[in-house]
Design a protein around this ligand. Structure first.
Ligand code: N01
Length: 541
């Protein structure tokens, strides 16, 4: 059994950053990755039209000024292939590949209480012993798909957006179905519409979307960003979402209607997600949100030529951004094409698959390809798939049976030296995850270094602190409109999943300050113990 200081699980953006950082502080590190390639979600989500809806310059690593200067993004919102090229470049540039084992899926991680180490076993039986277990498993990496009666009898091809095949899927002359209208479905619709003979989009919930305003990056823009990159990063880290947008301090309800219209117009034309910060109370007050939702609905409606489709495609049943909105490039306009059809699942649900396609309560559709853009078991799906066994044989599944609990979103009582990156209880999917990933990993690495320097063997969340943090996460969520809609933020995306609000909605800046304070005060709410097992609170770092 190989002995390591740090075992990292997952070779996406988080895992690669963790490898580089822990290696940098002199730890013996290994990354294990289930897939046959690096890149995590950006390796798997190769569907047509896949691109990031955070601007390229912000959705990238900030740890190396040289990397920042040498990489040249070609578009404001990078496509999946370009992001994957960036990830590959980073892996080569920092010589990361030699410490990554591909095709290695973690089956279990068991905490050995006597040795105070994790024993990790892969599905094919290989084992490692590690002092620290760093989980970089992603928040949206366990796909979920409905199972319809007759699905196995379908003669065509079924593909999930989140595990897109590596071979080229040819839509020419094909009849294609997309089920699901979240970000994935909305991004692929206009691209597939241009290639397929016929496309049917099955919609259950109409979704808000802001136009991407994508454009090639000019040399002048590239130069301007690179001349002030540090400042841009600072602004991102000090903004609520990590995207760099400062919330307008004015209430949407106090702004005169004509001025508000102009503000929304500017946000609509350029800001993407930043639209939600056009006024500080859009996500806090329903009347304020109504003003934003009304603007967006009018703009969406104006794009759709057919009145009956307009009625169905304009979102009505939830507040703007209470569920994750999309940033699209021609989604609504695609429905003006003659070869694109909308199937409203609220009107006529899917009854079954047939050999030739899909039967709804209204009619039989025939398809060659059916795409499930039905999303993921978010936040906890990938953390609960392997058997993670803590003190006393308690599994993470048991510990989180009623929903995830943690201290500060980073550590779990009963699971010493287990570090969760971008997990529940942290800003995670409510933020530019690149900012959240880097800040958490830097915090973890300083903790691990402190432990080494002070001769400490374990760090472990305290139960009382966990309860207080979960209560705080809920208190912050109650200040917002996030609880007014069913979404993957609150476990509604999977039947039977505990209905608890998972991300921390207090913003990346607020969260960073909490982490910094914890470090400065000697990690209250965590027990740091020397090897003897006699628990003592570590002195302030
Ligand atoms: O998944 P989703 P996604 N029958 O869960 C529908 C990130 N992302 O893959 O809303 C019929 O958002 C479901 O309907 P409803 C981003 O964080 C980022 O699109 O539950 N329909 C919904 O319409 C995003 O939020 C980028 O009623 C069913 C859709 O499927 C997250 O990934 C790009 C159904 C699922 O939407 C997930 O996006 C793409 C069923 N049984 C994604 N089950 C970037 O650009 C589900 N649906 C960074």
């Amino acid at each position: 059994m190989d002995t390591l200081d740090v075992l990292i699980v997952g070779a996406g953006f988080a895992g690669l950053r963790a490898l580089h950082t822990f290696r940098g502080i002199g730890e013996k590190v290994l990354v294990i990755e289930a897939s046959d390639g690096i890149g995590g979600v950006w390796y798997h989500n190769g569907y047509p039209g896949a691109r990031c809806d955070v601007e390229s310059y912000d959705y990238s690593y900030s740890f190396s000024p040289e990397l920042e200067q040498e990489w040249r993004w070609s578009e404001r919102y990078a496509t999946q292939p370009e992001i994957l090229r960036y990830i590959e470049h980073v892996a080569d540039r920092f010589d990361l590949r030699k410490d990554i084992l591909l095709n290695t899926r973690m089956a279990s991680a068991v905490f050995d209480e006597a040795a105070e180490r994790w024993t990790v076993t892969s599905q094919d039986g290989r084992q490692w012993s590690a002092k620290h277990l760093v989980l970089c498993l992603g928040q949206l990496s366990t796909t979920k798909a409905p199972a319809y009666p007759g699905q196995e009898s379908f003669k065509g091809r079924i593909i999930h957006s989140g595990v897109w095949p590596k071979d080229k899927v040819d839509y020419t002359g094909k009849r294609v179905a997309i089920i699901g209208t979240g970000s994935s479905g909305m991004q692929m619709t206009p691209v597939i519409a241009r290639e397929a003979a016929h496309l049917t989009v099955f919609q259950r919930t109409a979704n808000y979307s802001i136009p991407a305003a994508n454009a090639p990056v000019t040399d002048e823009e590239d130069k301007a960003v690179k001349a002030n990159y540090a400042e841009r990063r600072l602004q991102a880290r000090n903004s609520p979402t990590g995207l760099g947008f400062k919330p307008n301090r004015v209430s949407a309800l106090d702004a005169p209607p004509e001025e508000r219209e102009k503000v929304y117009e500017a946000a609509w034309n350029r800001w993407g997600f930043g639209f939600a910060l056009a006024y500080f109370d859009i996500l806090l007050s329903k009347p304020a949100n109504d003003t934003a939702a009304d603007f967006i609905r009018r703009r969406i409606a104006a794009k759709i030529e057919k009145p009956d489709l307009r009625e169905k495609l304009v979102p009505k049943d939830h507040a703007f951004a209470a569920r994750r909105p999309s940033v699209d490039s021609g989604y609504f306009e695609a429905f003006n094409r003659d070869n694109v059809e909308l199937a409203d699942l609220r009107e006529a649900p899917i009854v079954a698959f047939t050999a030739n396609g899909i039967r709804t309560a209204a009619k039989d559709h025939s398809f060659d390809i059916v795409i499930f853009a039905t999303g993921f078991d978010a936040f906890t799906g990938s953390l609960l798939k392997p058997d993670i066994v803590g003190r006393g044989g308690v599994t993470l599944k048991e510990k989180w049976a009623a929903g995830p609990v943690s201290q500060l979103g980073v550590g779990v009582h009963g699971f010493p030296n287990m570090h969760i990156v971008c997990g529940p209880g942290s800003p995670s999917l409510l933020s530019n995850v690149m900012v959240s990933i880097e800040e958490q990993i830097d915090w973890f690495s300083r903790l691990v270094r402190t432990m080494r320097e002070k001769g400490l063997s374990t760090f472990e969340a305290e139960e009382e602190a966990e309860r207080a943090w979960v209560a705080h996460v809920n208190e912050r969520a109650k200040e917002t409109l996030y609880l007014t809609a069913d979404s993957y933020y609150n476990g509604a995306e999977v039947a039977g999943k505990p209905r608890v609000f998972m991300p921390y909605s207090g913003g990346v800046r607020g969260y960073r300050r909490i982490l910094e304070r914890s470090e400065a005060e000697g990690y209250p709410g965590f027990k740091l113990s020397p090897k003897t097992g006699s628990a003592t609170r570590a002195p302030a770092a």
